[in-house]
Write a protein that binds this ligand. Structure first.
Ligand code: G3P
Length: 216
């Protein structure tokens, strides 16, 4: 399973990359606004840090505009994946970009039918948002189970990227279902390494180490 960092903050992206557990990066306009840097410039820097896929999101509402933006993004680096929204125009753009050999991530997916359409449009990645479904009282992870089943039924190769992750439970649930990728904020990524009993264990070992006779 691949773990991605969902961020446009290059200092935390660097920290994640140093662990070698980070396989890629996803960005979006909200994250770019938070980082407060010019989007193409920050994408270029992210692509120099992360060797795996880096998703860059288009903002046009029509297919033509999305394709144009996607082509520009693809010139930044080889590992750029172009994000388009799940709309009729987005799916037109997905097909066009895919035909040009540009990988596409279909984002803002909230239903299994939307995921089916993304796969039929040739998406390299589909991004269902689990946290935002949980927020409105639906079970986000049920959507991942449904998409996994549908993609297996028809042998779609589109990779399921679980997005809008809010906690470590989302990550292991996604792994149990067999999603190919989970993208998460740095705060969640960091939490994956931690367990209270690990900290307690280290403390105990260090205390006991003091009692081990040392060579004089
Ligand atoms: O990758 C999409 C993700 O950034 C959305 O997360 O927390 O804004 O729902 P969130």
């Amino acid at each position: 399973m691949q773990l991605f960092i969902d961020s446009a903050d290059t200092s935390e992206i660097k920290r994640a990359a140093e662990t070698s557990a980070c396989d890629g990066c996803t960005t979006n306009p909200s994250l770019a606004a938070k980082a407060g840097r010019e989007y193409n410039e920050v994408l270029k820097e992210i692509c120099s840090i992360i060797k795996g896929p880096v998703s860059a999101e288009t903002v046009s509402l029509d297919a033509e505009g999305m394709v144009k933006e996607g082509i520009e993004f693809s010139k930044i680096a080889k590992n750029i994946v172009v994000k388009v929204p799940m709309t009729v125009e987005g799916m037109k753009a997905c097909q066009k970009l895919t035909k040009k050999g540009i990988k596409v991530n279909v984002t803002l997916v909230f239903s299994a039918n939307q995921a089916l359409l993304a796969a039929k449009s040739g998406a390299f990645i589909v991004s269902p948002f689990v946290g935002r479904l949980d927020d409105i009282g639906e079970v986000g992870m049920d959507l991942i189970k449904d998409i996994r089943l549908i993609y297996n039924n028809y042998k779609f190769t589109t990779q399921i990227l679980v997005a809008s992750i809010r906690n470590p439970i989302h990550v292991f649930e996604a792994a149990k279902i067999g999603a190919e990728i989970a993208t998460m904020p740095y705060s969640v990524f960091e939490q994956l390494f931690k367990h209270t009993l690990t900290d307690v264990g280290i403390k105990k070992f260090l205390e006991d180490w003091k009692k081990v006779p040392k060579k004089k």
